[in-house]
Design a protein around this ligand. Structure first.
Ligand SMILES: [Zn+2]
Length: 220
């Protein structure tokens, strides 16, 4: 569903399965953030096409982090639709090290695709817009959050949720790092819409501010 100009949000609501929320930034260079599990891809495609979008138009698949419930379907977009998979350089290194263990733990094959583009913190030009990437370690070592000031949008992956934060008890997790990452996000101006990796979105400046106040207390 469209939640703001050029912003589409596909929240995952099944209680019987785990999958992440998916986001598409529309425009001349279309980006799909967090494609989710492979076996749930047909379900997602139906929603995307119902919105008048096509997976063939996606040029970049941006993985907020390398957990299988977020990135497994990336290879479908690469092989079937020609998209480039991207994640932070730190996360790509983690995926080649301890991060690869998540796949066998979940009974899944390691992804066949490739990370064709590694990203650093900073501005990321996307056709008619520039978004800003923030390296937000804590849930994983190279988690990325995306800020698009013009849309007042913040995409948080598994760093920050509505009234919750990402787990830090998986390999590569760090509670102090997560606390520092959330402090950085809390300091960003112009955020009135948060689209997290799981659960509901947060819209409105007041709800965003209240959410940061609430989650900060977890670390005190
Ligand atoms: Zn995760």
């Amino acid at each position: 569903m469209q939640v703001a100009p050029s912003v589409y949000f596909y929240p995952f609501t099944s209680t019987g399965e785990n999958n992440c929320n998916t986001i598409i930034l529309d425009g001349p260079e279309k980006v799909l953030i967090d494609p989710g599990h492979k076996h749930l891809w047909p379900h997602l495609v139906r929603q995307i096409e119902a919105d008048g979008l096509s997976p063939t138009d996606i040029s970049v698949v941006l993985h907020t982090h390398c957990h299988p419930d977020h990135m497994e379907a990336g290879e479908i977009l690469e092989f079937d639709y020609g998209a480039t998979q991207a994640m932070s350089a730190a996360e790509a290194r983690f995926l080649q090290g301890p991060g690869q263990e998540f796949f066998p733990w979940m009974g899944l094959d390691f992804p066949r695709g490739s990370i064709g583009r590694t990203l650093e913190e900073g501005p990321l030009p996307l056709g008619d817009k520039t978004v800003y990437l923030y390296l937000c370690p804590g849930h994983t070592p190279g988690s990325l959050c995306l800020h698009w000031p013009e849309a007042k949008l913040l995409v948080t992956g598994d760093v920050l949720f509505a009234h919750s934060v990402g787990r830090t008890d998986f390999p590569g997790g760090s509670t102090p790092s997560l606390a520092a990452s959330i402090e950085r996000l809390a300091g960003l101006p112009e955020v009135e819409l948060i689209l997290p990796g799981h659960g509901p979105s947060l819209s409105g400046a007041a709800r965003v501010a209240e959410n940061f106040r609430a989650v900060r207390t977890f670390f005190n």
